[in-house]
Design a protein around this ligand. Structure first.
Ligand code: GLU
Length: 461
């Protein structure tokens, strides 16, 4: 049987790191097993669901490259199916209409609480027959009063709940709206989901869902409840720890593949391996290597993973990804030209934003000198070094960085200066600042004419 997994976000906000990791685990398991990954938007909560959230979630998944095979299905468009299932449960006597008013419910709960008992529904309508469908009512499940409900979780083994603790919970509200625990079961079953992988915040919902699987006559899927993501301080991940939304990381210049690598390492492992390509994740992923201990998100770790991914990403691809960032300040930059200087930058950049910032000097018509750098390195005393550099470059037969380095080493010896004393004025002349790739590598990519032009401009300043 084909493995079918799903990601079922509620569109009530942006896609968070935790949600993205859930999506990833489902996607990886489907891809690893040659199965299907289904996207379902759980938008039954009309007040909290928004179209902007839907758009943001879809865009985030697309950016991460977690493409789905079926969907997105919207629960708001499936109400006929849910109503049919509610009617079925009513007919079979597995659910009932409850006409209790809010006041009655409050009073009975208060009485239970006063008696030191768990405030549950007192089941006043449970045995009253089907009742009038036209009178305002909710539909409740007829939960077993004794015994145990159990299910198997891949990480926890057999999990048991005492049925006496389960309420006759509502599956359809007075306004006709259907409840999460009900629709999630109908959909997972009808969509053929045999592996439910989700956050362990849903663990407590699972016994209720098991009751519904049984009542509806569906087979029970395999559950994997993944631990929550914590910040480095071991508290639940939140704004305190930095950005929460996936898109914020895109805007900070992280690579989608590095994000996936980082998510995968939060709660899953394969020996001591830290860096995984997308393809390796697909090949190596398995549910039994997911750990139960809480996963920790640390931006320093993401930085280091991202840097490693920058190194293994082909130059042309990095240029394509960094171009939108560079275009903010250099609208005329092209991916082709950027690709030529990516090798100078990829080892020293943590993110695409850093790479783009590091590339600005190349796309400059008139170098803008940082005042401190200019005061220090382009003062009158730099004249001999700059003049000699121009002459050396003019005379250079080839603009290879090794040849240039040789020529400048000879030049420094002739002038009785250290190579550094020549390099810094040249660096400021070429880039405007004191931090840059190696000057010979820069000269090589700038070419003779442009290098001389920039050095002359600095000299004439
Ligand atoms: N819609 C639920 C949520 O966003 C997920 C439901 C599930 O995975 O079972 O938390």
């Amino acid at each position: 049987m084909t493995v079918r997994t799903r990601f079922a976000p509620s569109p009530t906000g942006m896609l968070h790191l935790g949600g993205a990791r859930t999506a990833l685990f489902n996607w990886l398991w489907a891809r690893n097993q040659g199965g299907k990954f289904i996207l379902r938007i759980e938008d039954t909560d009309k007040e909290r669901s928004t179209l902007e959230s839907v758009d943001e979630i879809l865009a985030s998944l697309k950016w991460l490259g977690l493409e789905w095979d079926e969907g997105p299905f919207f629960q708001s468009q499936r109400t006929a199916l849910y109503d049919q299932k509610v009617e079925h449960l009513l007919r079979e006597g597995k659910a009932y209409r409850c006409y209790c008013t809010k006041e009655e419910l409050d009073a009975s709960r208060a009485a239970l609480e006063a008696a030191g008992k768990k405030p549950m529904y007192n089941r006043a309508c449970r045995d009253k027959g089907l009742g009038d469908p036209l009178q305002p009512h909710v539909v409740r499940i007829k939960a077993p009063l004794t015994g145990i409900t159990s299910f198997t979780d891949s990480l926890r083994g057999v999990v048991e709940f005492n049925n006496a603790e389960l309420d006759d919970f509502v599956i359809r509200r007075t306004d006709g709206g259907v409840m999460y625990n009900f629709v999630v079961v109908v959909d997972d079953a009808e969509m053929g989901i045999a592996h439910v992988i989700r956050g362990d915040d849903h663990l407590a919902n699972t016994p209720k869902q098991i009751l519904l699987y049984k009542a509806l006559g569906y087979g029970i899927p395999r559950f994997t409840h993944v631990s929550m993501i914590l910040g480095p301080d071991k508290k639940r991940l939140s704004k305190r720890h930095g950005a929460e939304s996936v898109m914020a990381y895109r805007d900070m210049g992280y690579l989608p593949d590095a994000m996936l690598n980082c998510f995968a390492r939060m709660g899953w492992g394969f020996g001591n391996q830290e860096i995984f390509t997308r393809q390796e994740l697909i090949e190596k992923f398995s549910l039994d290597k997911i750990t139960m201990s809480p996963a920790v998100f640390d931006i320093a770790k993401l930085d280091s993973i991202n840097m490693q991914h920058m190194k293994i990403t082909p130059d042309a691809e990095l240029a394509r990804l960094a171009l939108p960032f560079l275009r903010k300040t250099r609208p005329d930059a092209t991916a082709e030209k950027l690709a030529a200087i990516v090798p100078l930058l990829k080892e020293r950049s943590r993110t695409l934003v850093e790479l783009a910032a590091g590339a600005e000097w190349f796309f400059t018509k008139d170098v803008v000198y940082q005042p401190d750098a200019a005061a220090k390195f382009l003062a009158e005393k730099a004249r001999p070094a700059l003049e000699a550099s121009i002459a050396a470059i003019d005379a250079a037969p080839v603009m290879g960085h090794n040849e240039l380095k040789g020529a400048f080493t000879d030049l420094a010896a002739k002038l009785g200066m250290g190579l550094k004393d020549i390099a810094q004025p040249v660096r400021v002349a070429l880039t405007g600042g004191t931090v840059s790739p190696g000057i010979f590598e820069m000269m090589e990519v700038l070419g003779k004419e442009e290098t001389v032009r920039r050095l002359t401009a600095a000299l004439n300043r």
